[in-house]
Design a protein around this ligand. Structure first.
Ligand code: FES
Ligand code: FES
Length: 223
């Protein structure tokens, strides 16, 4: 058996041995980098995204799009149809800035893929009203100063319109006293149901005032 003293290395020998080991580890990385460069130079070497066609009815107009299957409904609206009223806040279902109506129900457009909704009817804030003929909820937000920077506002307005429809349809919320009786059009109900729409400017009290005002109108006067 060798005496340990026989295999002692000098500091210089140790450093040289370490350098050659590092080079050996680096060689595969260098070849991988070369492969990546070749892939960039030759696009056919890379895999192509899966594409699919989807037809939607957006704000009353039928549109057909060729989309990468990973395209969210939010990106389809903003990037492909240029309906930039719908906002991207978190892109993770946490802020409500991307709220639109899909077949009459509100939905976070960032959380769903466009190709899942073949034939669906989508309404964005642009489809609720126009500057000349605003939706009563849009008018009420202006009247009550329901915004500051306005970034969350399209999502707030789309949600608010859906909230009143949900209450009128008798759908209970977390604060509803009964699961079967029709919920009241109360401020507590409105605040709870709007809790998925975050306003960084903190315009909440004015938003609630706007919704309460519209809620007080006869249903027939709402667009
Ligand atoms: Fe969709 Fe925030 S952008 S919830
Ligand atoms: Fe600025 Fe709501 S008005 S985030």
């Amino acid at each position: 058996m060798d005496d340990l003293s026989d295999i002692k290395m000098t500091r210089r020998e140790l450093l040289l041995a370490g350098a050659s080991a590092a080079t050996a580890v680096a060689i595969p990385s260098a070849s991988a980098a070369q492969g990546a460069t070749q892939g960039a130079a030759n696009p056919s070497a890379r895999s192509q995204p899966a594409m699919s066609q989807v037809t939607l009815e957006v704000n009353g107009k039928r549109v057909t799009l060729d989309l990468d299957t990973r395209t969210t409904l939010l990106d389809a609206l903003r990037e492909h149809l240029h309906l930039t009223g719908t906002k991207k806040g978190c892109d993770h279902g946490q802020c409500g800035a991307c709220t639109v109506h899909l077949d009459g129900r509100r939905i976070n457009a960032c959380l769903t893929l466009a190709i899942m909704h073949e034939g669906a009817k989508i309404t964005t804030v642009e489809g609720l009203g126009t500057p000349q003929q605003p939706h009563p909820m849009q008018r009420a937000f202006v009247k009550h100063d329901g915004y500051q920077c306005g970034y969350c506002t399209p999502g707030q307005i789309c949600s608010a319109v859906a909230v009143l429809d949900e209450i009128r349809a008798g759908i209970p919320s977390h604060v509803s006293a009964s699961l079967t009786a029709r919920p009241p059009l109360s401020e507590a109900e409105i605040r709870e149901r709007m809790s998925g729409n975050i306003c960084r400017c903190g315009a909440y009290s004015n938003i609630v005032e706007a919704i309460v005002e519209v809620a007080g109108e006869p249903a027939g006067s709402r667009a």
